[in-house]
Design a protein around this ligand. Structure first.
Ligand SMILES: C[S@@+](CC[C@H](N)C(=O)[O-])C[C@H]1O[C@@H](n2cnc3c(N)ncnc32)[C@H](O)[C@@H]1O
Length: 290
């Protein structure tokens, strides 16, 4: 049975050569590759494209195409607990959807009542694919990585626009009921938090919500993080091989730091602060924009 990279590329070349004339055989080959190499996105995406009987899209009832440039997917595939990275990546968006809905419920708001939502720092749509199913036609996306906007538009029919490393340069096509920012403040240097908070707020209608995540203080302490006097600690590196560690590193903050940063940047208090709202150790922060 083929097990090495060369044999897998031979199988994939065969599949690509056959895709037009013999889709059934192509599916067989790709299913075989997927069994041998569970993180192989060429085989996965071909099975999705052909709507194979055992493709994920049929089972999950969402668009399951994954962009090979997606760093978050590669983070999943290298995770120590990875068993079936494709399924784990795709299912994790369901987790985000339920975690966001619970957080919003605590703020007295329902996601499904919202008319215009911006998923900011959306990457290649790990979560977007689930969000557009919950509120179709009401989702915009933005990220800074080249290729993201095109992928998101083509695959999920969202209005996607490019962000910038300078928050003052971002132009929002409209004002949103909510801007949701999952795991970006966990990477931004704290001296940039005020411009980021103020400029994200420009994209939100009065009375709308800014919802973002930060690293949990207790989880960071357990990891051995020593907070500075201001309640923050920044490391100039991250999981992303694509972004400069100085502008996108790893940012740890205390709850007091976050609450103070919000009041001083936006003049409004945090409405809900839910520890470990997202994943293992990211707190959820909800701010109502005046
Ligand atoms: C940890 S990933 C989270 C991705 C996505 N929110 C999710 O939950 O799957 C952080 C994302 O922030 C994006 N990002 C970094 N700097 C950004 C910026 N200046 N504007 C918008 N997005 C940015 C990265 O490209 C990456 O996709």
């Amino acid at each position: 049975m083929p097990t090495n990279d060369t044999e897998i590329s031979i199988l994939l070349n065969d599949a690509m050569a056959l895709v037009e004339r013999d889709p059934a055989r192509t599916m067989q080959i790709c299913t075989k590759v997927r069994a041998l190499a569970p993180a192989n996105l060429v085989a996965h995406n071909m099975l999705e494209q052909l709507n194979a009987p055992d493709c994920y899209g049929r089972w999950m009832r969402i668009n399951c195409r994954i962009d090979p440039r997606d760093d978050i997917f590669h983070f999943f595939s290298r995770h120590p607990l990875a068993g079936n990275p494709i399924r784990e990546y795709l299912s994790d968006g369901w987790r985000t959807l339920s975690e966001l809905m619970l957080l919003l419920e605590e703020a007295g708001v329902s996601l499904t009542d919202m008319q215009q939502v911006l998923e900011f720092a959306s990457g290649y749509g790990r979560f977007t694919r689930h969000l557009v199913k919950a509120i179709p036609g009401r989702v915009d996306c933005s990220d800074v990585l080249p290729g993201t906007a095109e992928f998101l538009r083509e695959q999920f029919a969202v209005n996607a626009f490019y962000s910038s490393h300078n928050p003052r340069e971002i132009e929002y096509p409209k004002q949103y009921d909510m801007v949701f920012v999952l795991s970006l403040f966990t990477h931004l240097p704290v001296n940039m938090w005020t411009p980021w908070l103020q400029n994200l707020a420009r994209g939100i209608r009065p009375g709308g919500l800014l919802v973002f995540s930060v690293h949990n203080e207790a989880a960071a302490t357990q990891l051995g993080v020593n907070f500075g006097d201001d309640g923050s600690h920044f490391v100039a590196s991250s999981e992303s091989p694509s972004l400069d560690g100085a502008v996108y590193g790893t940012t740890f903050t205390t709850r007091a730091f976050v609450e103070q940063a919000v009041v001083s940047a936006l003049g409004s208090p945090v409405q809900v602060y839910r520890p470990c709202a997202f994943w293992e150790g990211q707190d959820g922060v909800v701010v109502r924009i005046a």
